[in-house]
Structure formats: structure tokens, C-alpha cells
Design a protein around this ligand. Structure first.
Ligand code: ADP
Ligand code: ZN
Length: 512
């Protein structure tokens, strides 16, 4: 077998392999089919780039995003690897095909839809192949969080070249998705190599949304250095960016609706900067190599634990202390449930399991890292010492009584009012609306007016929404979900976490 170390040092300029890279590369050099599960930043690209340089023939890299391919191409070309992309937007397709035929390419990046194309398969038979590398391999699984039907076409192409080894790569795959990838791509079970997922220098924190601008401004003030703030919508990005800019930090927005030139400039400025905050949709960050991101904040619930891990994983790649702070709203859960109702029925159980896992992560009084690592099948200690719950263990209080009062008020008022109105009924605040609706005559009017109970009403409403005891209708009104019955009947209790007050180091005035 070829010795990979001299190539690692001469072509890539790295003194040694990291983590499982050596194991993966050795398997590939022995022409063994392999699935490498490695977290973002662990150095997946090297696992196929090095064999591509070492072996005769071309390595075909399947990648889902053209932008990502072009980033990879630039990086590979910069270190002298002979590489090209073959995509619909490339104007040099004829030249690339000619180079491939002459055996002049180490790497050829293609989109998955090519794989089903017979003339492409025909082209592949015209020059020796070293390897098939399938990047973002979780896209092949319907169980995965980012299923792409085109990935299903890969198998035909792979099977057409049974002697060419396959290397599937992914950062994010739970046990179910991993098994699915192996099956779909014809990789044996003992061909799976999983790297450790722990990122000990990232401090995980999770809190309910309260005043999101102020909450994010606090982090920006606490943590100097570059940071990424993820918002859920373009409008959310614009608003947050504007308000954060008022705190005096350098802030740029990034979303798909911006002019491509502006977007590219904002990204480049962020990568070059030492103190900029970029407010972005989740589209931002793929393929970006910025090691010194000091914090990642989520202004809303991510799509899945996989997504959360990938997005927070962009913090602290240099190994220095970094913060990942997620702010979630009860309405995020309600909306996500609504969306699940709209996907094809056979995908709903998987989507529901993903949401439940997120619910467990945000609600846990125990170590966040433990939940994350267990999700990826990694061993984890009970107490990591570097997450909010380990640093400031939250207390739990029984809020079942207030939860039942809340549910009764929702029921008595006809399941059509929002949190604010229900709160005013429970605390007995007379308003024009409550008078007109005749709700002041109800038995629930003013039944939670003590300051202790009143303070629990909002957190209780969040807990009820998160648990699917309450849902929101299209007009923002609350109605019962399937979990309401058990609580009303006294079969289920509702406990709330009480976060000890964190000391705030606030510098400058937060915008609002
Ligand atoms: P991934 O695709 O797994 O997110 P990349 O392939 O982009 O990660 O690699 C992340 C960073 O690690 C890159 O800057 C890369 O140059 C660097 N890197 C990869 N392998 C090594 C190594 N063996 N030694 C040092 N740095 C490495
Ligand atoms: Zn912990």
C-alpha cells in the first residue's frame, strides 16, 4: 500500500493526521468501501483528496451544492491538486471532459443528478477511476434531515463500476440514518468509521426567548470576536442586524434574498474580520473555513439536533473557548408541528422524532452535551462542566396547578385566544375585551392572581406548547393538543426549570 504520510506533508502541508483521518484514508487506499461519520471541521475533505492524489485515476466527488463544490475546487486548486467541477453553471465543460479523458484530473466534482445520466456513465468508462466520494451522504436517507431524491440515483452509477471503491462522508447522522446510508450505498457494516463528536471548547447554553434583541446583544457584548447569529427568516435577519448594529458592533446581514455581490462581500468581510457579527439564515456557513468564530447564537429553534450541532460546530474550530447560545420560543414548536402535518405521511414519524429530540434538549435540567453526544451515539459523562446546566444547575418547581388553571381558562374562553389574553383572565385584569366577551363572569377569572402564580403563567404556556398540550391555530389562538387531557385529569405533572440568574457583564447599552 502507498504510504500516505509523505503526501500529507508535501501536498497538504500537515504534519500528521487528525483523529480518524488515517483510518479512513488507509481503508480507501486498500480499496475498501467506507462510511466516514466525522463532525464538521474534523477534516473530511482530506479523506478523499489525499487518496485522489495518491491513486492512479480520477476521484469522482458527488456533492449536493454547486457553491460548496466551487469552494472546494478553489481550495484544492490552491494547493496544486488537479481538480474541476462539472455542473450546469460551468462554461468550461468541454475542456473539463477533455482533461478527464486524458487522465489529467485528480478530482472531478459533480452533482448527484449526473449519476442517473447514461452519457455521464459512459464518460466515466473512458478513463481510469480512483474512487467515488459521496459528500453529505446523509442526503441519501429519507430518514436523514436533508433527504435529496437525486442521491437515490447514485447506486446505479456506483454499481456500474464495482471495482472502484466508495467513500461516503457525513457530519450528521444518527444511528438510523447511518444504517440507511450503508444499505443505500452498498457499504458493509464494518466499513463505518465514526469520529468523536465532542467539542469540549464550546459552551452550550439554551434559554427561552424573552426579548431576543436584548438577549443577543448581551452575548455580543459578553463575547468579543467574530460571531454568527442565526435567524429563521430573511426579515428576521434584517431586523436583528439593524438593531444589533445600534449597539456599536460591526454587523452584516446574510440571506438568499440579498444581491449575490453584496452577499459574497459580506461573507468575505466576515471571514477576514476579527470582530464582526454576521446575522444570517442557515444557508450561511456551509463550506466556510473560519477557525476563530467565538460564538454562534440561534434566535429560534433549529430544524433538528443534527442542524443544531452542525451550526454550533462553526464556533471555535481553533479550539479556543467559544459559546453556543440557543434561544427558543414556544411558537417555534407549534409551527414545527404544523409543518410536520403538511409533509408526506410516511415521513411524519421521523420528523416528529426529530422535534421530540429537540424538545428534550431544550427542556432538560441535565447536561446538554450529554444529550447531544448520546444522540450521535458517543459516550458522554454525566456532567461536562461546560454547559449552562452543569455550570448553574437549574431548580425544578411543580407548576401542574397553574398549568391546569391555564388549560381551564383556554377551554372556558372557547379555545380561540392567545397567551396574553388568557394571562389577563387568569390574573383577573379587567379589559374592554374581557368585559365584552363576558369572560369576567367565568370561574377562572382571577384564579391565578397571586404574584407567585402570575409569574408562572408565561413559562407554563411555553411548557404546554412545547409538550403539545396546547397548539396555536392559524389566528394565533390557543387550542388543546393531545397532551392536554392527561394534565387536566391529573395524570401528568408539569414541572418548570428555574434558571439561576446568570451574572450579566453588559457593556454598552443594548438596543431595543
Ligand atoms: P469538514 O469538511 O470535515 O468540515 P474540512 O475538510 O473543511 O472539514 O477541514 C477543516 C479544516 O481542518 C480545514 O481548514 C483543513 O485544512 C484542516 N485540516 C484537515 N486535516 C488536517 C490535518 N491533518 N492537520 C491539520 N489541519 C487539517
Ligand atoms: Zn454539561
Amino acid at each position: 500500500m502507498i504510504d500516505p504520510l509523505p503526501i500529507l506533508q508535501s501536498t497538504f502541508g500537515f504534519p500528521g493526521f487528525r483523529g480518524v483521518q488515517e483510518q479512513v484514508v488507509s481503508r480507501v487506499l486498500r480499496a475498501e468501501n467506507t462510511l466516514a461519520v466525522m463532525p464538521t471541521g474534523a477534516g473530511k475533505s482530506l479523506c478523499y483528496q489525499l487518496p485522489a492524489v495518491a491513486l492512479d485515476g480520477t476521484c469522482i466527488v458527488v456533492s449536493p451544492l454547486i457553491a460548496l463544490m466551487h469552494d472546494q475546487l478553489r481550495a484544492a486548486t490552491a494547493i496544486g491538486i488537479r481538480a474541476a467541477t462539472l455542473t450546469s453553471v460551468d462554461t468550461d465543460q468541454m475542456e473539463t471532459i477533455a482533461r478527464f479523458r486524458r487522465g489529467e484530473l485528480d478530482l472531478l466534482y459533480v452533482a448527484p443528478e449526473r449519476a442517473s445520466n447514461e452519457s455521464f456513465r459512459n464518460l466515466l468508462s473512458q478513463s481510469p477511476l480512483a474512487l467515488f466520494a459521496i459528500d453529505e451522504a446523509h442526503c441519501v436517507s429519507e430518514w436523514g434531515h436533508d433527504f435529496r431524491p437525486d442521491y437515490r440515483l447514485l447506486r446505479t452509477m456506483l454499481d456500474a463500476f464495482p471495482d472502484v471503491p466508495r467513500l461516503a462522508l457525513t457530519a450528521t447522522a444518527d444511528a438510523h440514518t447511518r444504517a440507511d446510508i450503508l444499505e443505500q450505498l452498498g457499504i458493509p457494516h464494518d466499513g463505518m468509521i465514526v469520529a468523536g463528536f465532542d467539542r469540549p471548547n464550546i459552551q452550550y447554553r439554551i434559554s427561552p426567548k424573552d426579548n431576543i434583541t436584548r438577549q443577543i446583544a448581551d452575548i455580543v457584548a459578553e463575547q468579543p470576536g467574530p460571531g454568527i447569529v442565526y435567524a429563521q427568516t430573511r426579515k428576521g435577519v434584517e431586523q436583528l442586524a439593524e438593531r444589533l448594529a445600534a449597539t456599536g458592533r460591526k454587523v452584516r446581514p446574510y440571506h438568499a434574498g440579498l444581491d449575490p455581490a453584496v452577499r459574497a462581500r459580506n461573507q468575505a468581510d466576515f471571514v477576514a474580520s476579527e470582530d464582526m457579527v454576521i446575522v444570517a439564515t442557515v444557508a450561511f456557513g456551509m463550506g466556510i473555513d473560519k477557525p476563530d468564530v467565538r460564538f454562534v447564537a440561534h434566535a429560534g429553534l433549529p430544524k433538528s439536533i443534527e442542524g443544531y450541532y452542525q451550526e454550533t460546530g462553526r464556533a471555535g474550530r481553533d479550539g479556543d473557548p467559544s459559546i453556543a447560545h440557543l434561544f427558543w420560543g414556544a411558537e417555534d414548536f407549534a409551527k414545527a408541528r404544523q409543518r410536520i402535518g403538511e409533509v408526506e405521511p410516511h415521513r411524519q414519524p421521523g420528523e416528529r422524532a426529530r422535534l421530540t429530540a429537540l424538545g428534550a434538549l431544550v427542556e432538560t435540567p441535565t447536561c446538554r452535551r450529554q444529550i447531544l453526544l448520546r444522540h450521535f451515539g458517543d459516550p458522554a459523562p454525566d456532567n461536562c462542566g461546560n454547559c449552562d446546566n452543569c455550570l448553574n444547575p437549574p431548580g425544578a418547581i411543580d407548576a401542574t396547578e397553574v398549568a391546569r388553571k391555564f388549560l381551564s381558562a383556554v377551554f372556558r374562553t372557547g379555545q380561540s385566544f392567545g397567551v396574553g389574553y388568557i394571562e389577563s383572565i387568569l390574573t383577573g385584569q379587567s379589559t374592554e375585551r374581557s368585559l365584552m366577551n363576558g369572560h369576567e363572569a367565568l370561574g377562572v377569572f382571577g384564579i391565578a392572581s397571586s404574584p407567585e402564580e402570575a409569574a408562572l403563567i408565561k413559562p407554563v404556556s411555553r411548557a404546554l406548547l412545547l409538550r403539545d398540550a396546547l397548539r396555536t391555530n392559524d389566528f394565533g389562538g390557543l387550542e388543546f393538543g393531545p397532551e392536554a387531557r392527561g394534565i387536566l385529569k391529573g395524570e401528568t405533572t408539569v414541572s418548570l426549570l428555574v434558571q439561576p440568574k446568570r451574572e450579566r457583564r453588559r457593556r454598552g447599552a443594548a438596543a431595543e
